[in-house]
Design a protein around this ligand. Structure first.
Ligand SMILES: [Ca+2]
Ligand SMILES: [Ca+2]
Ligand SMILES: [Ca+2]
Ligand SMILES: [Ca+2]
Length: 688
């Protein structure tokens, strides 16, 4: 089928069915119930809605085995148990299709509104730095991957040798799963180690992908030995007299999430080549790395994306991991000055489906790469330190990029179309404009607001307030549908008209060993992500003594039910790239304040346990409509049977068949127990 025709068809399908494109594999997560003893006002409880939960799903809450509340379909998934006690055991059970489902393991209340993960410091002077998350062991609970920074870590522009960089895996229960030692040939600093955590092969457990070198030991304490690392001399130190590492092998390794074991190692692509080809000869710009995770067409699984260079030459390589082989998907290389992505990159990147074809594009600040590795556009406005990709305008479905620029003072801040690169509007700055933030902070101005050196503006470039709030991070915390502002260890709330009030100051907790932010003036948390509880985000910080991670969770009730943000593909990708170089906050792929347009994610949850469905009469292979509600796979094809897309969802098989546009066929497979056998997917209905 002609590509344009196919796109038109898919858009038509999207509109007629209300479903989005190719289903993506996502982490199955449990209900993530969290209980917090709020001294005096009972126990605050909050739990997770999954991205593919039915709208009709309700919940029963239990304290010590006694039902204390029923949360109706549509109601928010938090509850204050006024009669709760510090020692009670709580469970929550979803009710799907009238059947109460199994509960997760019971939880007891946290005594404070945070979770503490004890850390094992790898050595003197080490501080916990950036973190990421994924379900490393496949138990339905997110885990943490933490990067340790030595005290002598360096920005690439500075010479000097550094200590080793370590990556640790921890469960939220505080168990250390493994430690990866990147060794003597990986320099420490914000621009070197960009680690990616996601389930790349769809086995229900996350892997870790990161740049490695001779001297790297995996999570089992063994030097890398697979593929190109086979037979390497791990004792050799390739650093030069200035501490730069400009020779020796460069690798990319995929590690197993559960134990950190090396699964595969390949050559990092591209290698350094001529050091000066990247913008200088002393070794600064050759070692500028970025990384991301994106759904690029590797079936339903995400791919990993690793980048070298952005000040001048920019090279990006996408990798697929199938459980056996780490295979290059594509490689993009802009090596000619003035052409394509050359010189158009940031200290960060973003990922989103900007052309609505079901696959992600890599948004590099002032240029973009299509999901197939082909160049899309350049704005020509050059390098910048901060950028945000989001669904910013309720009246325009196009994703937009808010970006600040370093050397282009005329366009010190600008908003552009993420699909075409067309600049909507811009303002001049006086010199290097290093910071910029965007988020929907003001309820009286539609969509996002954005700010950098001066006024706060709306998507049309119109001033919302003359002075800006802080400029580092954002978070969903207080339960409304707007962004709160996170700077250092403090959350503030924007006041319409200007100014902010402090909503939460984490900086005095825990008493005696309070949390600190990371990355000096960037003042970033280790991680902001929706880790457990309801959809609001948790904030992860290190303690002053570097002996633990503290994960703060909100206890402010919300009236809104929303599925876990981790099941929004753009948000999930944001969490994966968040640790890249100059960390930027995650953004959703839809506008949260625009309730009418909340996206239904087209996702498949890997290894989700079977949901119990109420039997309606005797199920046999001839009367599927008697089943009623069923877990169903819908496969859409063209008239020749070529699969256009595939999705898994709940379907009421007794409902009238949906209307299908001409030229399209659908097959519905329902997960049912046929003739007394174990439940399996069975072809039950054709749509045409
Ligand atoms: Ca886990
Ligand atoms: Ca796309
Ligand atoms: Ca707004
Ligand atoms: Ca949460």
């Amino acid at each position: 089928m002609h590509r344009t025709a196919l796109r038109t068809l898919l858009v038509a399908l999207l509109e007629c069915s209300g479903l989005s494109m190719a289903a993506r594999n996502m982490e199955w997560l449990d209900r993530g119930l969290v209980a917090v003893n709020t001294s005096g006002s009972g126990v605050y409880l909050s739990w997770r809605v999954l991205g593919n939960d039915l709208a009709s799903t309700s919940f029963n809450l239990y304290r010590d085995g006694t039902k204390i509340a029923t949360i109706a379909s549509g109601a928010a998934t938090n509850y204050v148990d006024a009669s709760g006690s510090a020692t009670a055991k709580y469970t929550v059970r979803a009710v799907i299709g009238g059947v109460e489902q199994a509960a997760d393991v019971a939880v007891t209340p946290l005594s404070k509104p945070w979770l503490s993960i004890p850390l094992l410091k790898p050595g003197t002077g080490y501080t916990p730095n950036d973190a990421s998350t994924g379900d490393l062991d496949g138990d339905g609970k997110l885990d943490i991957v933490l990067k340790w920074d030595p005290s002598d870590s360096k920005d690439n522009s500075l010479s000097g040798s550094t200590g080793n960089v370590y990556l640790d895996g921890y469960t939220l229960a505080g168990k250390r799963l493994w430690r990866i030692d990147l060794g003597q040939n990986i320099r420490a600093g914000a621009h070197y180690t960009q680690f990616q955590v996601a389930d790349y092969d769809g086995d229900g457990k996350a892997e870790i992908m990161v740049k490695t070198a001779p001297g790297t030991k995996d999570g089992t304490g063994v030097y890398l030995s697979k593929g190109t690392a086979s037979g390497a001399d791990h004792t050799k130190d390739y650093s030069n007299s200035k501490g730069y590492i400009l020779s020796g092998p460069e690798w990319l390794t995929v590690f197993r999430g559960s134990d950190g074991k090396e699964l595969a190692t390949v050559d990092y692509v591209p290698g350094r080549g001529t050091v000066s080809a990247w913008g200088d000869s002393y070794g600064n710009r050759v070692d500028r790395f970025l990384a991301a995770t994106a759904w690029l067409g590797n079936g339903s699984n995400p791919s990993a994306v690793f980048q070298r260079g952005y000040y001048t030459r920019m090279a990006i390589t996408a990798w697929d991991w199938d459980g056996t082989t780490l295979k290059q998907r594509w490689a993009y290389d802009a090596a000619t000055s003035g052409k394509e992505c050359y010189g158009q990159g940031n200290h960060n990147l973003s990922v989103g489906d900007v052309d609505f074809d079901g696959y992600d594009e890599i948004i590099e600040g002032a240029c973009a790469i299509d999901h197939d590795g082909k160049f899309m556009y350049r704005t020509g406005l050059g390098h910048g330190d901060a950028m945000h990709l989001g669904k910013m305008d309720p009246n325009n479905d196009t994703l937009m990029v808010w970006e600040v620029h370093e050397e282009n003072d005329a366009h010190g801040e600008e908003l552009h179309n993420a699909l075409t690169g067309r600049v909507y509007w811009y303002n001049a700055s006086s010199g290097d404009n290093g910071r910029g933030m965007a988020g929907d902070i003001d309820s009286t101005a539609a969509g996002y607001e954005m700010w950098s050196f001066g006024a706060v503006t709306n998507v049309s470039g119109k001033q919302v307030a003359s002075s800006r709030p802080s400029i580092n991070f954002r978070i969903y915390w207080d339960g409304d549908l707007y962004d709160e502002i996170l700077d250092g260890t403090t959350i503030t709330k924007w006041k319409t008209g200007g100014g902010t009030s402090t909503l939460m100051a984490f900086g005095s907790f825990p008493s005696g060993n309070p949390v600190l932010s990371n990355n000096t003036t960037k003042s970033t948390p280790c991680l902001v992500a929706d880790l457990f509880g309801d959809w609001r985000e948790e904030a992860v910080f290190r303690t002053t003594n570097s002996d633990s991670l503290i994960i703060f969770t909100t206890t402010i009730p919300t009236p809104y039910r929303m599925y876990t943000l981790m099941h929004d593909p753009q948000y999930r990708a944001s969490v994966a790239w968040q640790n890249t170089a100059y960390n930027q906050p995650p953004h959703l792929g839809f506008l949260l304040s625009d309730k009418a347009k909340w996206a239904v994610p087209s996702i498949k949850l890997v290894n989700a346990p079977a949901v119990v469905i109420k039997p309606v009469g005797g199920v046999d292979s001839r009367s599927f409509s008697s089943i009623g509600l069923a877990r169903a796979r819908v496969i859409w094809t063209d008239v020749r049977g070529n699969v256009l897309r595939e999705e898994e969802q709940w379907l009421d098989l007794s409902a009238p068949r949906p209307v299908v546009p001409s030229g399209v066929r659908g097959i519905i497979l329902a997960k049912v127990a046929v003739d007394g056998e174990a439940p399996r997917f069975v072809r039950c209905m054709a749509l045409r």
